[in-house]
Design a protein around this ligand. Structure first.
Ligand SMILES: Cc1ncc(COP(=O)(O)O)c(C=O)c1O
Length: 494
């Protein structure tokens, strides 16, 4: 139960909130929400507030969160960036020791660092264990997934300076800064920002022939890189057919095209393998990592690059051609190092694979029992997707259909929340809600989570119930909110 604040903090209009007031719970949840609405992303929080999902939520142990009324829910959210849940003791204990004993400088941009040295060595060894061609690869650290992709794009372009096309895939998601956004073919996110990085092309995911045709049409020498998620996460957990990634790798190698495997969501165990690309027979030139690398506590991104490619961009007098202030910082590296160690100690990728198989089996059984609710369930490891039937069965024109699809997932998210499970929407897919629980979630909590998903389905045996179980006042406010949003939306996924 959250400590009730001793006094409600009246934030003085021109005053400052003290760190201790927040730490000791004197900034009430209602005040925090109001201030966030006022000075933060108002629209996003407003939408979540309509659904009762705006929080703030508080840690009730690594795998559960509680709201301001003390209601506990199992956390299967976190967008795959919480490999061990909230503030896991394995990291907080290590951080306490780090804070007491570390003497290495905090931001070693222009000097060597024992923490950075250790983490980059371990990452390369881990990758080379699966892909020996990476034994002497080099690592560039940053502070987010999108930044890891920006780095990858620059390494690739520097390698093939005369080429002009990047190829990514429909429904793919690589981030929202200008370069990565150019590779995230989603009109909802790209619309206002054209022209984006020139030369970005899109190919259908999982279709090797279409990729080959596209490359031949534009000319293989004009292609800088193919950027691929081994399993699309934000696209709604799309698993390519056998042979797609292997074939992609062989085809690109024949033509000297750089292959960038975006493992930001799949990597380090989420989909049941250390590196999903390697597991599917791809030996990429560049691998990007982020989300779980910081243990859910700090922001760490990494771009792992074959040595000659690394040196082409950063060699000789050009060592500062790509740089940042915070990448490789001691605290981030230390947490990353301990996180990686814990993943290895507990063999969490294998655990993720086995627990995921169990969870997917249970979801499939539910989908069989409730065909009016689930259109499809799929997943691998602890990245599980539920695709719902639309709440309105009638054929609808474009924009309205997209709103209905989006509404379906949002109402499902709310109903799951009410059943005691916090889940993720998918940034580039309609109607898909994902479960991405911690890789070390104990079996008893995992089983309880699946029981709650079953309860959710019993209460909502068809997707129409998602609508009828939502109070009309909430539906009306949501509809007004949806109508006020820009009309251009992600094309539907079916
Ligand atoms: C595959 C993939 N690439 C890149 C990103 C961007 O990462 P970030 O949100 O840390 O910028 C994401 C985020 O969801 C992702 O799933």
């Amino acid at each position: 139960m959250i400590q009730s604040p001793e006094r409600s903090l009246a934030v003085p209009p021109d005053g400052f909130i003290r760190a201790d007031d927040v730490l000791e719970g004197r900034l009430s949840p209602a005040e925090a929400r109001a201030l966030d609405l006022r000075h933060g992303n108002e629209e996003l929080l407003h939408g979540l507030d309509l659904l009762g999902l705006a929080g703030p939520f508080f840690r009730a142990g690594p795998w559960e969160l509680e709201d301001e009324r003390g209601v506990r829910r199992i956390n299967a959210c976190g967008y795959a960036a919480l490999p061990f849940g909230e503030m896991p003791p394995v990291l907080t204990e290590f951080m306490t020791r780090f804070l007491a004993h570390n003497r290495a400088m905090s931001l070693p941009q222009q000097s060597s660092s024992p923490w950075r040295a250790a983490l980059q060595t371990n990452l390369v060894r881990l990758l080379a264990r699966e892909l020996p061609s990476h034994a002497d690869s080099q690592v560039f650290f940053c502070s987010s997934g999108t930044e890891a992709i920006e780095g990858a794009m620059k390494f690739a372009k520097a390698w093939r300076p005369k080429a002009r096309h990047f190829i990514s895939f429909a429904s793919g998601y690589h981030g929202k800064t200008y370069g990565s956004l150019s590779l995230t073919p989603n009109p909802e996110y790209q619309d206002l920002f054209s022209p984006l990085v020139p030369g970005a092309l899109t190919s259908p995911y999982g279709d090797l022939e279409a990729l080959q045709k596209l490359v031949r049409r534009v000319g293989p020498d004009s292609v800088i890189a193919v950027v691929v998620e081994p399993i699309q996460g934000e696209g709604g957990v799309n698993i390519p057919g056998r042979g797609f990634l292997r074939g992609l790798g062989e085809f690109c190698r024949q033509h000297g095209i750089v292959v960038i495997a975006d493992e930001i969501q799949t990597g380090l165990g989420r989909t049941g393998h250390w590196f999903e690309s390697a597991a599917q027979g791809l030996d990429p030139d560049i691998v990007t990592l982020a989300k779980p690398l910081g243990g859910g506590l700090v922001a760490v991104g990494a771009t792992i690059v074959r040595a000659p490619m690394y040196k082409r961009m950063l060699g000789g007098l050009s060592s500062k051609r790509h740089s940042n202030t915070f990448g490789g910082g001691a605290l981030a590296m230390a947490v990353g190092l301990r996180s990686l160690e814990y993943l290895i100690e507990r063999d969490l990728p294998t655990r993720s694979r086995l627990l995921g198989e169990q969870g997917l089996g249970q979801l499939r059984a539910l989908a069989g029992r409730f065909p009016g609710l689930f259109q499809e369930v799929r997943g691998q490891g602890l990245l599980l997707a539920m695709q719902f039937r639309p709440i309105v069965g009638l054929p609808l024109p474009g924009a309205l259909r997209e709103i209905v699809y989006e509404g379906t997932a949002i109402l499902a998210l709310r109903e799951l929340h009410r059943a005691g499970v916090m889940a993720n929407l998918s940034l580039s897919s309609k109607r898909v809600v994902r479960l991405s629980p911690a890789l070390d979630m104990p079996p008893s909590i995992f089983n309880e989570m699946m029981d709650r998903v079953e309860r959710f389905a019993q209460i909502n045996p068809t997707s129409r119930h998602l609508l009828t179980n939502t109070p009309p006042a909430i539906t009306a406010r949501l509809a007004a909110f949806a109508a006020s949003k820009p009309k251009k939306r992600t094309p539907s996924d079916g």
